[in-house]
Unconditional design. Sequence first.
Length: 318
Amino acid sequence: MNEIITDIKALQEETLLNLQSSKANNTVRAYKSDFNDFGLFCTKNGFKTLPSEPKIVSLYLTYLSTKDAKMSTLKRRLVSIGVIHRLKGHYLDTKHPSIIENIMGIKRRKGSIQKGKKPLLINNLKQLINVIDQQNKQDIKKLRDRSIILIGFSGGFRRNEIVSLDYDDLDFVEEGLKIQIKRSKTDQYGEGFVKALPYFDSSKYCPVISLKNWIEISKIKSGPLFRRFVKGSKLSDNRLTDQTVALLIKEYLKLAGIDSKNYSGHSLRSGFATSAAESGAEERGIMAMTGHKSTEMVRRYIKEANLFKNNALNKIKI
């Protein structure tokens, strides 16, 4: 009997670990953050947070809409509230008419056009690299920063994918560099895939050469590829955070005299996809690099890239 009890306890612990691992850490943090905001709304207005009711959730979504929250934010908050309810053993009908009809009404009244961050296109990319090279900094710092930006752009990386890279993920070959992606936003089960970066004609802007130089000067032989500096230019063992990528982009954009307000860490990824589309790359080729599972976002990049290329006004001679 005691063995059965022990086995059940072990199974419960394993089940708890599985539940905790079912979502990526970033996703879990987002759920908690979203639900905390909902909790504050409920507390201020005297509503019960757990379990809640569809009419209260609907009021919360209306509240968000009055604060000019994006439609994507409203939908994500709704998902988070539903997930937390399920994890806590409560039922919440997130498809209730009072919620769905309200969302549709908000969408019709306010519109659902999302103004995303600007892509970092090739000219701006070159400006950033030029600015980095001109800085009065130690070479080791400049090589880290330029490698982050060049790798991020040329591989169509998400910023968390950049900082998650390890030395052992790299395989330098005759044609360039193969990078093993262990896990990404669209690969939650860690099946992994490989990105291939060929050598560029221009060595100055070549991500492969820049990364080789970074590895040589940093003497990294294992562990995190991109790390923090301590005490000036001393390299630590600590991995960079994904927020660092966004801050680096903004820092060097400002130094280049470019307004950084509408750029983010995602600008590297969208910049690659848009630039590739402008150069005539096929949808499948772009998706193979970025790891997109759906064509929806990639087609948006292609559409944006072709606004002037396929413009009917080009046929009109004035």
